[in-house]
Design a protein around this ligand. Structure first.
Ligand code: NAD
Length: 145
């Protein structure tokens, strides 16, 4: 078996060539995606896909700002994230309201020092999606985008 170390931007990736010449890449994702010192806003981050995304980013070192209209759940998730050793804040935010989004940005910069990652997760589900693409309710689509 031959081992070829290749230097990438972040770390070494070892490529193992098997006896059948199949290539297997072994990666250490914690080194490849080192997010220490970065801050991520995750809208709808209190539950579901947003929460899962927030936890993954936190596991890789990012501080997390959760913007969600369910403040109670957002606080619970922020607490869970802080147990991973990063900073986390919960901010009440309805992404359909401009003033809430401005507040989310301002508070995040104030408390976590900046924003490097945006996860625009909060959408609205099937009912909003149907309305969003309709001619009459285009403003919902624009707000979410
Ligand atoms: N789950 C799926 O199979 C699926 C498939 C395709 C797309 N999506 C989209 O992915 C996103 C997350 O889905 P999920 O399944 O994790 O949903 P979820 O209901 O589990 O969680 C959504 C979270 O977003 C928050 N939220 C909802 N509307 C908000 C708003 N206007 N402002 C701020 N916060 C808001 C809720 O309080 C909740 O915490 C949604 O946009 C959804 O439409 C989900």
């Amino acid at each position: 078996m031959n081992i070829y170390p290749i230097k990438s931007g972040y770390s070494f990736i070892n490529i193992y060539l098997t006896s059948h010449s199949k290539t297997m890449i072994k990666m250490n994702t914690s080194e490849l995606f080192n997010l220490k010192g970065k801050t991520a806003i995750v809208t709808g981050g209190a539950n579901g896909i947003g929460k899962a995304t927030a936890l993954i980013l936190a596991k890789h070192g990012a501080n997390i700002s959760i913007g969600d209209f369910n403040l109670e759940d957002a606080k619970k998730t922020a607490k869970e994230i802080e147990e991973l050793g990063v900073k986390a804040i919960a901010i009440e935010c309805n992404v359909l309201k401009d003033e809430d989004l401005v507040n989310l940005i301002d508070k995040t910069v104030e408390e976590l020092g900046g924003i490097q990652i945006l996860i625009n997760n909060a959408g609205g589900g099937a009912e909003v999606s149907k309305a969003s693409f309709g001619v009459k309710n285009g403003e919902i689509f624009n707000a979410l985008i």
